[in-house]
Design a protein around this ligand. Structure first.
Ligand code: MLT
Length: 274
């Protein structure tokens, strides 16, 4: 499905009925990466998974897209679809977007699931490396990024060539403009760390124990900064934890969703769920 929102055309999946679970993919991926979660949670939720501006099948240009802008797109899409307040799950760059959404649209947020992500901004060196990558993508094409990331998406012990090929396919579906826009947007993103303590919705932080892109220590720090946040580190999982260990991931998310539904709110006295 496609919708014209916020000056772009967004592609999205919208399945099931009930409370809205909004799934936001990372870089340079698309909504297909959430297919095991759409299949599992559409039984009990309205599951919406968009392609972010310029990635997958959504339109975009090579102009930098700030995390705030992606968040505004999500809010516009939810308004268009008459959906929400949402339980928002964001993976990696999708987590940066989820934090921007939580800050800008707290009234639209019922819960937060932060997957293989962090609150911090890029160091000057990391930002410079992203800008250099953007220039290389402009000159040489998306394969520069796809080749660099493909090897790090799954855990080192994963020897499933079909899964690796599927993951590569998710990345090659994104065009160079959207990849450049996202690289430049991530390079300029602010540090969300000081603001984490203001998050008031129930929050779950999930990480892959073998993530070569986002160290599990980032998840520990993130969960530590959000009042009452739950933390789960999933074994034998790399950066794409929700796809690589879908069953274990879905069980953790499912039990947290039940706990969250029972009326959990953040705070030091709240029971731990997972
Ligand atoms: C992602 O998976 O979205 C990216 O690796 C995030 C990043 O590069 O910071």
């Amino acid at each position: 499905m496609h919708a014209q929102v916020n000056g772009t055309q967004m592609a999205y999946t919208d399945e099931g009925a009930g409370r809205t679970l909004l799934l936001v993919h990372g870089f340079p991926l698309n909504r297909q990466v959430w297919s095991p979660q759409v299949a599992a949670f559409r039984r009990d939720f309205r599951v919406i998974a968009p392609d972010l501006r310029g990635l997958g099948e959504s339109w975009g240009t090579a102009d930098p897209v700030a995390m705030d802008r992606y968040a505004e797109d999500l809010q516009a899409l939810m308004t268009h679809l008459n959906a929400g307040p949402v339980i928002l799950a964001g993976h990696s760059m999708g987590g940066y977007v989820a934090l921007a959404f939580a800050k800008a649209f707290p009234q639209s947020l019922a819960g937060l699931v932060l997957v293989a992500t962090k609150a911090g901004s890029d160091s000057p060196e990391a930002a410079a490396a992203r800008r250099a990558s953007a220039e290389r993508v402009w000159a040489e094409g998306s394969s520069v990024v796809v080749d660099a990331m493909a090897a790090k998406m799954l855990s080192p012990g994963n020897s499933d060539p079909a899964m690796a090929a599927e993951v590569r396919g998710f990345m090659t579906a994104s065009g160079p403009e959207g990849i450049i826009a996202a690289l430049l947007g991530m390079a300029g993103r602010p540090d969300a760390g000081a603001w984490l303590g203001q998050i008031q919705v129930p929050t779950l932080v999930l990480a892959g124990a073998d993530d070569a892109i986002m160290a599990p220590a980032e998840a520990v720090a993130l969960a530590g900064g959000i009042p009452g946040a739950q933390l789960k580190v999933i074994p034998k999982a790399g950066h794409l934890v929700a796809f690589e260990q879908a069953e274990v991931f879905n069980a953790a998310l499912g039990s947290w969703l039940q706990y969250e539904r029972a009326g959990a709110s953040n705070g030091p006295d709240q029971p731990r769920c997972c």
